[in-house]
Write a protein that binds this ligand. Structure first.
Ligand code: GDP
Ligand code: MG
Length: 296
């Protein structure tokens, strides 16, 4: 069954260990208010990732988010536990003057690095340091159909330096498929001309296999998403969707929108990579900077 040395059994050991310890994954949603951030958080928890494994009791209706607030659910699949936390942020852009509106968000991200660092340099450090670092930041672009606004550019430029940013087009049901496609191309171009780095970054592709897989994702970014907290009947089945006068937009149907692509990227295909990039690149940058200041 095993080869001579038995290296395959290492995979088994790693799996067993992962099963025992479980893992944490933290996502943050950022963007102007009213773009459907809180709704998308609910969609994520209600969608197929977690529907079977937990039955959260949501208060019906989503009220205006006024503080940074995190929601966690433990999702269990085949004995492996994942603690998925989503940090919901109040929208910015409500004020006429949006100067420095990214500050509370940058502050939160850096505070989590600081907490981790403090634990790491402790003499009696814990065997497993609680990980509250933001592994991924979903940035909501308003569905204007034109181009990225200076505020979006500035925000993403700053975020991109400290965290993995995944931009999405919010409420994309308000755009036609044609408009979506053109807007996506325009956004990619704007990101590129402004030197904004979004996830997954080319520099971190480790081999050809990574490159091929990630190129496919890069072609699709930003995902045009639709969120909902309601289910509707479609052909006798309950699906997460939004009812419009043309019918129900099925949120998890890839022919209708790209919510499922986003979810799969985050939770199915790139979860470990997002954690690695956070630890090896973003946290490392923070750590080196702090240790150089060395007033810990
Ligand atoms: P937040 O301020 O970004 O957290 O936005 P909310 O999640 O509170 O949503 C604001 C409003 O937009 C609510 O009335 C939602 O029902 C609605 N909404 C949320 N997601 C979508 C979407 O994908 N499409 C459309 N058309 N409306 C949405
Ligand atoms: Mg909100």
């Amino acid at each position: 069954l095993f080869g001579y040395v038995g290296i395959e059994s290492v995979l088994d050991q790693m799996r067993r260990k992962a099963v025992k310890t479980g893992f944490e994954f933290n996502i943050m949603v950022v963007g102007q208010s009213g773009l459907g951030k809180s709704t998308l958080v609910n969609t994520l928890f209600k969608s197929k990732v977690s529907r079977k494994s937990c039955s959260p009791s949501f208060e019906e209706g989503i009220s205006k988010t006024v503080n940074l607030q995190s929601v966690s659910h433990v999702i269990e699949e085949k004995g492996v536990k994942m603690k998925l936390t989503v940090i919901d942020t109040p929208g910015f852009g409500d004020q006429i003057n949006n100067l420095n509106c990214w500050e509370p968000i940058m502050k939160y991200i850096n505070e989590q690095y600081e907490k981790y660092l403090k634990e790491e340099i402790n003499i009696n450090r814990k065997r497993k340091i609680p990980d509250t670092r933001v592994h991924c930041c979903i940035y909501f672009v308003p569905p204007t159909g034109h181009c990225l606004r200076p505020l979006d550019l500035e925000f993403m430029k700053r975020l991109g330096k400290v965290v993995s940013v995944v931009p999405v087009i919010a409420k994309s049901d308000t755009l036609t498929l044609d408009e979506r496609q053109r807007f996506k191309e325009r956004i990619r171009q704007d990101l590129w001309t402004n030197g904004i780095k979004v996830y997954p970054q080319k520099e971190y592709d480790e081999d050809t296999e990574d490159r091929i897989l990630n190129d496919k994702i890069r072609e699709k970014i930003p995902f045009a998403v639709v969120g909902t907290d309601k289910e509707h009947q479609v052909n006798g089945k309950n699906v997460l969707g939004r009812k419009t006068k043309w019918g129900v937009i099925e949120v998890e149907n890839v022919a209708h929108c790209e919510f499922a692509n986003l979810r799969d990227l985050l939770i199915r295909s790139h979860l470990q990579d997002l954690k690695d990039v956070t630890h090896n690149i973003h946290y490392e940058t923070y750590r080196v900077r702090r240790l150089n200041e060395s007033n810990l």
